[in-house]
Design a protein around this ligand. Structure first.
Ligand code: SAM
Length: 281
């Protein structure tokens, strides 16, 4: 296996800094630098972008990003034990890596980044979905990021890219696909990580659309989709009854059968229903 940089192998870094993995922090580390460089490449040309990385840990993906030419990397890590290892990477790539010690859910990293910005991360499983939903629901669109290249448990990745008619199709698919192009670009077995998690993982690539795929008020669309999928086994005329007294007529007006179930309705139709309920469709 060829070295991607002059720094010590990750196993040596982990031993030197005593970085035994902590479950509470979602720590499953990637130690194969050829693999982390491959993940970094999924994000496209890094040389003209600032990268936001959440949870660099001992720095495997960080090193992949820098070796692949990232203009700058801003890495936010909660575990103080990882900071000395990350300092060594920063010293090997002068001026290109900044590390913030803190909780990604509480820190606003934007002040430290210049567009275009790509987010690349092997996310801690306990905050991954919450971060994704935040990145997909900023007050203004387009968002601060051009693309998100994110590792998730395979089951979450499938929910992000799911199509109507599948079991995985739900709120996450609609939110992600309304505002971004989403696809699974890599599949990783548990053995790729140290320690190995119980489940398979996958990398999802999301590219921000300039405007959402179909017009709709985000708050109304979100209410419609939440009501529809909260009772996904029910017919829509029942699950959406609380949204409008004449919901059956509104469903019919946009071409949705009132007896249909949420998981069969396309994103386009959900947007049409949101516009109808808002009074402009
Ligand atoms: N990027 C490394 C890799 O690929 O080997 C580590 C990935 S590990 C799945 C997740 C990382 O996120 C850990 O280093 C963990 O300490 C960190 N982390 C967990 N919760 C965090 C939070 N709320 N904010 C920032 N980092 C967090």
């Amino acid at each position: 296996m060829s070295a991607i940089d002059q720094l010590p192998p990750l196993r040596a870094v982990i031993a030197a800094h005593g970085l035994s993995a902590r479950k509470a922090l979602g720590q499953n580390f990637l130690l194969d630098l050829n693999l982390t460089a491959k993940i970094a490449r999924q994000a496209g040309d890094l040389t003209r972008a600032d990268i936001l990385e959440i949870g660099p840990g001992p720095g495997g993906l960080t090193r992949g990003l820098l070796a692949e030419g990232a203009r700058r990397v801003l890495a936010v890590e909660k575990d103080a034990r990882c900071l000395p290892a990350l300092d060594e990477i920063a010293a090997a790539y002068p001026g290109r890596l900044e590390v913030i010690h803190g909780d990604a859910l509480e820190i606003d990293p934007l002040a430290h980044l210049s567009p275009p910005i790509k987010v690349v991360a092997n996310l801690p499983y306990n905050v991954g979905t919450e971060l994704l939903v935040r990145w997909l629901t900023p007050p203004d669109w387009p968002p601060f990021w051009d693309s998100l290249t994110l590792m998730f448990q395979r089951e979450v990745a499938e929910r992000i890219v799911a199509r109507p008619g599948s079991k995985a199709y739900g709120r996450l698919a609609i939110l992600a696909q309304w505002r971004a192009e989403a696809r699974i670009v890599m599949d990783l077995p548990p053995e790729a990580f140290t320690p190995p998690p119980k489940v398979r993982s996958a990398v999802v690539q999301l590219t921000a659309r300039q405007a959402p795929l179909y017009p709709a008020d985000p708050a109304i669309l979100s209410r419609v989709v939440a009501a529809a999928f909260n009772q996904r086994r029910k017919m829509l005329r029942a699950s959406l009854r609380g949204l409008a007294p004449d919901i059956e007529a509104r469903l019919e007006a946009v071409g949705i059968a009132p007896t249909d179930r949420a998981e069969r309705v396309s994103l386009e139709k959900f947007c049409a229903l949101a516009r109808n309920i808002a009074g402009d469709g």
